[in-house]
Write a protein that binds this ligand. Structure first.
Ligand code: HPA
Length: 257
């Protein structure tokens, strides 16, 4: 089954779904509300990352419960949306980036399912290449800039960054900065699920932007991009084959001795 993890500004996708059934999935990490949607004839799980009404800030999201709940209901492919700031003047607000790498600057998150066993999963391809390619192939509906690849910097938040942090993230090779891609992408890999991200640029980062950053500008862009995003998700979901194999589904092979 395919799942969509909706980030800031993506709380309901009722416009693209024929049927909706809500269910609570209990896991050992907590309970998670998931909607089952019918999209292009397929059942798709939808999980608003911050929970409905955007109540959990990024550093309080129960990432382990979210990923475990999706795994438990049979999800093996996750398309996530992430609102991000841009470190690059050529990638302006309204652009969409499909990242192919990340830098993890989070500091206080429950980041692995393997606290008791020695498991080292490979991260040579941090985001699923097959799923990212499917998004790019179906991206004709996107206007205002589409960037293939790029490095997602994930910060702890909830504050925005300082000018010195932004300078450092640029020097070390970051393209965009958000607060929610990690540990989500890693936990999905640990559970052998394909995971790709649609990063929606809502603003230039602090100090690259000439003005002070506000949450309102983040939400405004999300609203503007909503329709394009829905089309991208719909077209990709329709196009994805039911039967497939992928290295992500075998991520634990060779990960422990
Ligand atoms: N920084 C961190 N997270 C974000 C930003 C940003 O500039 N914009 C949207 N999410």
């Amino acid at each position: 089954m395919i799942a969509i993890i909706g980030g800031s500004g993506v709380y309901e996708l009722t416009e693209m779904a024929d049927n909706i059934e809500k269910k609570t999935v209990d896991t050992e990490y907590g309970s998670v509300e998931i909607s089952l949607l019918s999209i292009a004839g397929k059942t798709v799980a939808f999980l608003p990352r911050h929970s409905e009404g955007h109540s959990y800030p990024p550093h309080k999201i129960n990432f382990k419960a979210n990923i475990m709940a999706l795994k438990n209901i049979g999800v093996n492919q996750i398309i996530a949306t992430n609102a991000v700031g841009s470190l690059d003047l050529d990638i302006g607000p309204g652009s969409i980036v499909i990242p192919d790498d990340f830098l993890d600057f989070t500091v206080n998150r429950d980041r692995t399912f393997y606290d008791e066993e020695v498991v080292h999963i490979d991260m040579t391809e941090p985001y699923c290449v097959r799923l990212s390619d499917a998004l790019l192939k179906n991206s004709d509906c996107i206007t205002g800039g589409l960037v293939t690849g790029g490095t997602m910097v994930c910060t702890e938040g909830p504050r925005f960054e300082t000018p010195a942090e932004i300078k450092m993230f640029s020097i070390v090779g970051g393209t965009i900065v958000g607060m929610t891609s990690l540990p989500e992408a890693v936990l999905a890999r640990e559970k052998e699920m394909c995971y790709a991200s649609i990063a929606i640029v809502s603003n230039y980062c602090t100090s690259i932007s000439p003005t002070k950053l506000t949450i309102d500008e983040v939400m405004e862009i999300m609203e503007v991009k909503k329709e394009e995003l829905i089309n991208l998700l719909y077209n990709t979901i329709k196009d994805l084959p039911d039967d497939f194999d992928c290295d992500c589904l075998h991520a634990l092979d060779g990960a422990s001795s």
